[in-house]
Design a protein around this ligand. Structure first.
Ligand SMILES: [Zn+2]
Ligand SMILES: [Zn+2]
Length: 94
């Protein structure tokens, strides 16, 4: 799974939603909550957030099957958003 960790910005984003709003230019909307993001890049980018990878995977599969809208170009992806704060650092796999 691809992961988004940093982008060119000096802010410390505390949740995936604000991270995405800042990182993706022209983002139309973000729904849900969680650190697994299903991004549809078709037309204007839209994102749904999920708590668990399997939920996100299911959402991606459904999106691929149904298409995300009228002008879907199948540019959908699943990414894990790493939010790192000085206080709580989760397992750093690298
Ligand atoms: Zn930012
Ligand atoms: Zn699409």
């Amino acid at each position: 799974m691809k992961s988004y960790r940093q982008h060119r910005c000096d802010k410390q984003h505390r949740d995936p939603r604000t991270f995405l709003r800042c990182a993706i230019r022209g983002l139309a909307w973000v729904e849900g909550a969680g650190e697994y993001a299903v991004i549809a890049w078709c037309r204007t980018p839209t994102v749904t957030l999920w708590q668990k990878p399997d939920m996100a995977q299911a959402a991606l599969t459904e999106l691929n099957a149904l298409a995300c809208g009228g002008r879907c170009t199948q540019r959908h992806e699943l990414v894990h958003i790493h939010i790192e704060t000085p206080h709580q650092r989760k397992d750093d796999a690298t």
